[in-house]
Design a protein around this ligand. Structure first.
Ligand code: NAD
Length: 458
């Protein structure tokens, strides 16, 4: 079957109304959960094969998150999918008004490689829970994991309901030429623009989960020991290949030296004196990305780390000093284990740096000065942020996860994943036993009554 035929079959399947049945959705998600549990060891092996992701990170940040999300959705799906009755207005009296939780129809999910299991299944769960059919395009850069993802989908779903189509960029392009009812894309800003243009052809609604340069500001009141540990964690987890990792540090001059001492110590505490030997530190995904990161280090003043091993696709946890905003490392999102350290002396030196960049996906502040962090949180527009830690906002399914402007459009996780793939269909039912004539022509003498009704009863 070619892509157009697969999509047509899914559209026909959607029309049968089967996916609208809540028990069917719940059963599908329960089956998905059991299949993932069965394949846990295979998933961990595949992630190790693809880029030496550790067993701990593979479970905690890929499998465990998805199982928790499935538990939540299975528990809540009945409540979330019930039509919601809202108060009618007097102007419509007598009537009732309801919001129906309507699936969009056929959905396309395009996933990236950095969390190739979690970022494929997380949106897919939302799409299925909301009653859509779905095609997933997993990343071609993690072939072992993408294969397992596809096998799991084949084992759980009728392919007219959900299927996975593997392949390179050309497959993604062919998928984007089709007409969808919703597109959910996670990936780079550049490809996000391509997706948005393709979606515009059919006015297809989208969620765009993108990236950007997420700042991490550390002021002179911060607890430097804790800050160092939490930045090392958020930056170097997944080998620095995390969309919400701190991209650069902006630290108060007074505390830079002490922070760096703590930072170096924490790297050693986490990964030993040679992180290349640590089983907990993943590799760069491929040679193209290795070379991209390597070129960012040219002409930079390396403070910590800096070791590169092309054969092993290894880049050590690395800090670079005082990079200029025009340098390669400060131009685009880094997306690797390199952290530039910039400094400021007074608060008014912060804004020219933050405002030099597009609205970031994440924003981190380490400070014990409540006014300082409050001011920054309120001043800047960003996807999501944390005070006194990094990336942990991701782990609360009650918080919408997504970017703003160049870092993305739309948000998901928990109930919001269900809402993302659901159209809120508004319906009013009028009753026939009373039909106030005020809204009907001829309007002579009725304007006063309408003004009164609109003012006091709408
Ligand atoms: P990418 O944009 O290169 O690829 C993502 C997907 O798009 C892949 O499936 C790929 O096949 C497809 N694709 C690539 N080029 C395409 C093209 N020209 N036309 C159509 N489809 C195309 O991103 P990536 O390298 O896989 O991931 C890294 C980027 O993703 C980083 O910028 C990172 O910040 C971002 N990201 C964001 C989030 C988030 O939740 N906001 C999560 C993970 C990664």
């Amino acid at each position: 079957m070619n892509i157009a035929q697969i999509i047509q079959k899914q559209k026909d399947y959607f029309k049968t109304q089967r996916t609208k049945n809540i028990s069917f959705r719940k059963k599908s998600l329960q089956n998905l959960k059991s299949e993932i549990q069965k394949r846990e060891a295979d998933i961990i092996d595949a992630l190790y094969k693809d880029f030496k992701k550790s067993e701990f990170e593979s479970y905690a940040l890929e499998i465990g998150i998805i199982l928790a999300e499935l538990d939540l959705v299975i528990k809540k799906i009945n409540a979330w999918s019930k039509p919601k009755t809202v108060l009618p207005t007097l102007i419509n009296f007598p009537s009732w008004s309801k919001i129906y939780k309507d699936p969009y129809g056929s959905v396309l999910v395009i996933a990236p490689w950095n969390y190739p299991f979690q970022l494929a299944f997380s949106p897919l769960i939302g799409a299925v829970a909301a009653g859509n059919t779905a095609v997933l395009k997993p990343s071609e850069l993690t072939p072992a994991t993408s294969r397992i993802v596809s096998q799991i989908i084949e084992n759980v779903f009728d392919q007219n309901h959900v299927c996975s189509i593997e392949g390179d960029v050309s497959v993604s392009q062919k998928l984007l030429e089709q007409r969808w009812d919703y597109i959910f894309f996670t990936g780079s800003v550049g490809v996000g623009k391509i997706v948005a243009k393709a979606a515009a052809n059919f006015l297809t609604p989208t969620t765009l989960e993108l990236g950007g340069k997420s700042p991490c500001i550390i002021d002179e009141t911060a607890n430097l020991k804790i800050a160092a540990r939490r930045v090392v964690w958020g930056k170097f987890i997944n080998g620095g290949q995390t969309c919400i990792a701190p991209d650069y540090l902006l630290i108060h001059k007074k505390v830079k030296e002490e922070f760096l001492k703590n930072f170096e110590q924490e790297i050693e505490n986490f990964y030993g004196s040679n992180p290349q030997n640590s089983k907990d530190f993943p590799r760069i995904i491929n040679t193209r990305n290795f070379n991209r990161l390597k070129s960012m280090l040219e002409n930079e003043n390396i403070l910590i780390g800096g070791k590169l091993d092309a054969n092993d696709l290894y880049i050590a946890p690395t800090l670079v000093n005082d990079s200029s905003l025009d340098s390669k490392v400060m131009k685009d999102e880094i997306f690797g284990p390199i952290l530039p350290v910039l400094t400021y002396g007074s608060e008014d030196e912060i804004d020219p740096i933050i405002s030099h960049y597009e609205k970031p996906l994440s924003f981190y502040i380490f400070s014990n000065n409540k006014n300082f962090s409050k001011k920054l949180i309120e001043l800047y527009s960003f996807g999501g942020g944390v005070i006194n830690d990094t990336i942990v906002h991701f782990a609360n399914h009650r918080l919408p996860f997504g970017g703003v402007g160049h870092s993305g459009d739309g948000a998901y996780h928990g109930k919001l994943s269900f809402d993302t793939f659901t159209h809120d269909k508004s319906v009013t039912k009028r009753f026939n036993w009373l039909d106030l004539p005020v809204k009907y022509a001829p309007y002579d003498g009725k304007l006063k009554t309408v003004k009164f009704l609109l003012k006091y009863f709408s």
